[in-house]
Design a protein around this ligand. Structure first.
Ligand code: NDP
Length: 441
């Protein structure tokens, strides 16, 4: 299947799924090359098999809000590719969740999970439920209703979800409790659990820490280091805050965080104490980031993003397509040296092309943010062996995995600014497609 056949296939069989098209088309040259190598005569039908999820489950989630009214949401699980291992990927609760978004996330997850070197297949799921403005009891009831349907489709050797946007440690706890009560089994069916009931140390930190370990590898490869570098981070959630913590620990100056209402700018660099203050309960503050800015004397710019602040490194850690072509041009003008994606597909296709054309290296999420799923894979091993691990052990393994992913990109990606994109796609696809070929149709 060549790139134009891939495009035609998507138009015919996944019409209107814009995010899914974007993710696949970014990888199309690599899909074409790897398939030519593994299946030159098209005998195994690898292209079409790669582009159609193995299973797409949609279900009704009906639950009662605090006023006793029934609300109905759409729940999903996309079991995209199980060739390399049990399906694995997060659950997202956000109003923007739909089939296209989940298919793009699951497609990227296939390559990401293969890159970790662990036996993990690919999935993604969630619901178009917006936890913002909901009471804790409402979110708990929603989680129970969601798991009442999802439980029949998952299992420790079948499909192991984790968190994503809107699904943090507390939601995983409620989902796990519901699974356990429904099935009577205490098994490793979700990752990101509390460490008191099977969770891995450092899972909450793993994506953000892993991103910074990847950036360190990138700099080491160029005889450079993070110490003294200025860093822009978008988002103020799980990935963003732990990336900020680790970057600060490594001596970098973190100038920004952001959320869907605006951007905190702190030109002196955020401190670890300031970040800790962000995660404590801010009472009635609707906007913890703005409250933090007020507390530490930093600026909060309404409706702004971090991308026009001058810095060495940009780490988009909020959401898909948050950094567009104009942002890319501004970053280039301001002398950015590296964009490494903590979020999944945060750069639009045009932003990506603009950065690459200007020779700015871009580390794609499927490589740079793989630390989260890698530690989820380690949690699965811990649950299967029933042998707890220490934080030191997990941190050492996380660093080693991020180092290997970096080296794989360098080895397989050629020498352009798109080295990390090409390398991550090529290595990930080669593993997934080889496993599919070996297992037959
Ligand atoms: P969280 O829900 O913890 O945080 C998301 C953050 O992004 C919030 O601060 C949110 O602000 C902000 N945000 C959301 N939408 C926008 C927007 N349109 N513009 C600006 N800011 C926005 O999510 P995570 O940190 O878990 O996930 C962030 C990204 O990282 C996602 O792409 C996710 O898929 C990816 N990822 C996450 C992993 C994990 O382990 N959690 C693993 C690998 C990738 P607000 O509160 O105002 O909405």
């Amino acid at each position: 299947m060549n790139s134009s056949e891939i495009e035609a296939y998507l138009e015919a069989h996944a019409p209107g799924e814009t995010e899914f098209h974007q993710a696949v088309l970014e990888a199309a040259p690599d899909i074409e090359r790897v398939i030519k190598d593994l299946d030159p005569d098209g005998e195994h039908g690898l292209g079409a098999r790669l582009l159609v999820p193995e299973r797409l489950i949609t279900f009704r989630v009906a639950w009662r809000n605090d006023d006793g009214e029934v609300e109905v949401n759409r729940g999903y699980r996309v079991q995209f590719n199980g060739a390399v291992g049990p399906y694995k990927g997060g659950l997202r609760f956000a109003p923007s969740v739909n089939v296209s978004v989940l298919k793009f996330l699951a497609f990227e997850q296939a390559m990401k999970n293969a890159l970790t070197g662990l036996p993990l297949g690919a999935a993604k799921g969630g619901a178009d439920f917006d936890p913002k403005g909901r009471s804790e009891r409402e979110i708990e009831r929603f989680c129970i209703a969601f798991m009442t349907e999802l439980h029949r489709h998952i299992g420790p050797d079948l499909d192991v979800p984790a968190g994503d946007q809107g699904v943090g440690a507390q939601e995983i706890g409620w989902l796990f409790g519901a699974y356990r009560r429904i099935t009577g089994q205490h098994v490793g069916v979700l990752t990101g659990k509390g460490t008191d009931f099977g969770g891995s140390p450092l899972r909450p930190e793993a994506t953000g820490y892993g991103l910074v370990y990847f950036v360190e590898e990138f700099l080491k490869h160029r005889d450079d280091a993070l110490d003294g570098k200025s860093v822009l981070i978008s988002g103020a959630g799980n990935v963003a805050t732990f990336a900020a913590h680790k970057a600060i620990e490594k001596g970098a100056k973190v100038l920004t965080l952001s959320n869907s209402t605006g951007c905190l700018v702190c030109m002196n660099g955020l401190t670890a104490n300031a970040l800790d203050a962000l995660t404590v309960d801010h009472g009635d503050a609707d906007n913890p980031l703005k409250a933090l800015a007020d507390n530490i004397g930093a600026e909060f710019q309404d409706d702004a993003t971090p991308w026009d602040v001058k810095a060495d490194i940009a780490l988009p850690c909020a959401t898909q397509n948050e950094l567009d072509e104009d942002d890319a041009k501004t970053l280039i003008k301001n002398g950015i040296c590296l964009v490494a994606e903590g979020a999944n597909m945060p750069c639009t296709a045009k932003a990506q092309a603009t950065l690459i054309d200007a020779g700015i290296p871009l580390a794609p999420g499927k490589a740079a943010n793989a630390g989260g799923v890698a530690v989820s894979g380690l949690e699965m091993i811990q649950n299967a062996s029933r042998e707890p691990r220490t934080a030191e052990d997990i941190d050492t393994k996380l660093k080693a995995i991020m180092g290997r992913i970096h080296q794989t990109c360098v080895d397989q990606g050629g020498d352009g600014a798109d080295q990390y994109i090409r390398g991550a796609n090529t290595a990930g696809l080669r593993k997934v497609l080889s496993a599919m070929k070996a297992q037959g149709v």
